[in-house]
Design a binder for this molecule. Structure first.
Ligand SMILES: [Zn+2]
Ligand SMILES: [Zn+2]
Length: 397
């Protein structure tokens, strides 16, 4: 009975986790990462058509200057929606697929805005993701980008956001001072915007995994607690209703038969014996261990069968292997010897993988790993192959 309840609980927990995983991964297959623009000096990609043309021009000019004078890469991408995908992960994947920043220094920055989702992300490369820079990114998000979008000023939010990323995160001091109007806008935003704490933003920042893992752990702890509670709860005698006591391991041996004693010695099964203090009634309860190398013996039916498998011949790419199995029962004289073959190891087709290969290879050789050539000196291709593990800032409006 007890074991059944535990099994049901485990099954429910497994279903719960599986359902979350399934929903999570199905969401994944949706939004595609846009293709990196092949044009030189195109640093903003607007798939929505909502960014004003002058803002696009300004951003391209600014980012070209950032690149040509400082050898840094700042890219702005504007999409409508990630179709339910996590914005941070989407932006990080885009960053790495495009390879934003120098591969030597990983100093790129991506500013992504999903206008339909009302979400923005700043992703900084691994070389500029120290805490002060991440704090700067958060501040830029909270005081410039989000307030700008809230006002409906898409161009201003992107331009000022990108400029602040360049001056504060990449420490590019040489950027020309912005026009007076823009400066005034920025000051206005700065005065108005208080860094508010938002539950939605915090939850989005934390992501689903801590909750999934936490509830899973809680469930497991709950199962063990329930098992323990159920096992040692006080129980009345089934015959007379009197008080019963749990006998110690030494005391209960007299109530176990030979096979049960062997099981308890081997640790494959634990027996609890409850004796009534009032009458002669004795109740024996069997607890099979979850992790044991002993299984049920087909002859004596006790959990005393030991199975030892040994690899006699290791499988290689040229021939299959052979495994020998020795089965012995520790309780009766059951004995079984047999062996079976394992398949040949298939010859792998070399470097066919490359699922993680970075970039689409505009102007770059398709060699694996980092490409150190490319655009950093020549200026032919685009983006140097920088990487990011996804630090930066998120915002919603
Ligand atoms: Zn009794
Ligand atoms: Zn046996």
């Amino acid at each position: 009975m007890n074991g059944q309840i535990v099994n049901i609980m485990i099954a429910l927990l497994t279903l719960f986790v599986a359902a979350i995983l399934a929903s999570h991964s199905s969401v994944y297959a949706q939004a595609q990462i846009p293709i990196r623009p092949p044009e030189k000096n195109k640093w903003i990609v607007d798939l929505t058509g909502q960014v004003p043309a002058d803002a696009v021009t300004e951003i391209n000019l600014m980012c070209t200057e950032i690149f040509e004078a400082n050898n840094r890469e700042l890219v702005v991408v504007v999409i409508n929606s990630t179709d339910g995908r996590d914005h941070r992960k989407y932006a990080t994947q885009l960053f790495n697929q495009w390879g934003i920043g120098s591969a030597f220094k990983d100093n790129g920055i991506l500013l992504l805005a999903a206008l339909g989702d009302r979400r923005a992300e700043i992703i900084v490369g691994d070389g500029v993701d120290y805490d002060p820079q991440v704090r700067s990114a958060e501040k830029i998000m909270d005081t410039i980008i989000v307030p700008g979008f809230k006002q409906g000023d898409i161009g201003g939010a992107l331009y000022e956001g990108a400029r602040a990323c360049a001056t504060r995160i990449l420490s590019i001091a040489s950027l020309q001072a912005p026009r007076d109007l823009r400066r005034a806008d920025e000051i206005r935003w700065r005065q108005r915007a208080k860094p508010r704490w938002s539950l939605r933003r915090e939850l989005a920042r934390i992501g689903p995994w801590p909750w999934i893992i936490g509830s899973g752990l809680l469930g497991i702890v709950g199962i063990f607690w329930f098992r323990h509670f159920n096992r040692y709860r006080a129980r009345g005698c089934l015959e007379c209703g009197g008080e019963t006591v749990l006998l110690s391991e030494e005391q209960d041996d007299q109530f176990l038969d030979r096979g049960e004693s062997v099981e308890e010695q081997l640790g494959s099964v634990d027996y609890d014996v409850w004796a009534c203090l009032n009458c002669e009634e004795v109740v024996k309860i069997r607890y099979g261990r979850w992790f044991t190398r002993y299984s049920k013996c087909p002859r004596c039916n006790y959990n005393t069968r030991c199975k030892i498998t040994r690899t006699v011949v290791q499988a290689t790419t040229r021939h299959g292997g052979r495994v020998r199995v020795d089965e012995d029962c520790r309780n009766c004289d059951y004995r079984k010897r047999y062996s079976y073959s394992t398949p040949r190891i298939p010859v792998s087709s070399g470097s066919s993988g490359g699922r993680r290969s970075r970039g689409f290879g505009f102007g770059r050789s398709s060699s694996s790993g980092r490409s150190f050539g490319g655009r950093s000196f020549g200026g032919g291709g685009r983006f140097g192959g920088g990487r990011s593990s996804g630090r930066g800032a998120s915002g919603g409006w």
